[in-house]
Design a protein around this ligand. Structure first.
Ligand SMILES: [Zn+2]
Length: 327
């Protein structure tokens, strides 16, 4: 069985799955304190979304996937990125898209005082609560654990989150999704911590590995047993689209179909930038065709043209998500 926001499903019902898509991405503290503020998007339409419009945007994304035969998403929106399980459940009930939620903390550097003054085991207890009892007072359970390392590297606050994620994984069997930054070489240290804590690295998904086309770097990660996220299609600022596809094809040729996920890391809404900054980023080419539909609409047909087989596609879109979540 696999937990979703509307309850457990048989693993065979997971179906075609995008493992890294966000129905909501905003700063939960800001939106609790100033609920009149809406959110934006890196996508030019809509550039600004009022608070009462966020649900419709997310539901529209989910509907688009259902229309294309995608049955499930994993939504790695954790603490500090606005995780809201009631919101995810409403989107799922409205559209029929199965949504797999996570526990964990999404930070590249700071932690709230609450967690600075408490240890890794306390943090792990919080994650275990979400996995075993349910998220935010509901009976919807987390199915995986999210943590992140980015440009600042694996500094002490980030190491603490990784150790807590690892301990919660060891205690519950839940898999881990670790946001990484290849340009900062974060993944080797992230994996060292998981190993020190006794995590089986076959349960770890190294998100954003597709932000590099350095095959030596990628194979060094794969040799440790992990799964990798080729999961930011459309985000040109990290790696242009064509180089992402060329990398996936090269890895398929080397026999890694059973180790890769395809996704876009799309955020239905995103409040990271004021509108004028988002527009500058778009004008500078930061994203191209970025959409929750990008993988089914463009990536998959083009990978097919480049030689990907139906079996390889099924492995990446159906079998790998199931195996990662199921254990
Ligand atoms: Zn993400």
């Amino acid at each position: 069985m696999i937990e979703t926001v509307t309850g457990p499903i048989d693993a065979a019902e997971l179906g075609t799955t995008l493992v890294h898509e966000h129905l909501l991405a905003w700063d939960e503290a800001v939106h609790l304190q100033w609920p009149h503020l809406g959110t934006g998007a890196l996508d030019p339409t809509p550039a600004d979304v009022p608070p009462d419009g966020v649900f419709d945007v997310a539901a529209g994304c989910a509907e688009g996937l259902v229309d294309r035969g995608v049955r499930s998403i994993c939504d790695p929106t954790a603490m500090l990125l606005g995780r809201d399980v009631a919101f995810m459940r409403r989107v799922s009930e409205r559209t029929g898209l199965q949504v797999v939620a996570c526990t964990g903390i999404y930070t590249y550097d700071h932690l709230p005082m609450f967690f600075q003054s408490r240890d890794e085991d306390f943090m792990a207890d919080c994650f275990v609560h979400d996995i075993e009892a349910g998220i935010q007072g509901t009976d919807a359970k987390a199915a995986f654990i999210k943590c992140a390392a980015d440009e600042p590297g694996v500094i002490p606050t980030i190491e603490k989150v990784h150790r807590a994620a690892a301990r919660a994984s060891v205690r519950t069997g839940a898999p881990i999704m670790a946001h990484s930054r290849p340009a900062s070489d974060t993944a080797p240290r992230q994996l060292d911590i998981f190993e020190e804590e006794g995590v089986d690295l076959e349960r770890v998904q190294v998100a954003h590995t597709g932000d590099t086309d350095d095959l030596d770097y990628i194979e060094r990660l794969l040799q440790r047993g992990v799964l990798i996220g080729m999961d930011r299609y459309g985000l040109e600022l990290y790696l242009p689209y064509e180089r992402r596809n060329a990398t996936v094809i090269a890895l398929l040729e080397r026999g890694y179909a059973d180790r890769m996920f395809l996704s876009a890391d799309y955020c239905a809404t995103l409040d990271w930038f004021p509108r004028e900054v988002a527009e500058q980023l778009i004008a500078a080419g930061a994203e191209k065709d970025w959409s929750m539909n990008l993988v089914p609409d463009k990536v998959i047909p083009e990978l097919r043209d480049l030689g990907m087989t139906d079996d390889q596609l099924e492995t990446m879109m159906v079998d790998n998500p199931r195996r990662w979540l199921e254990g």
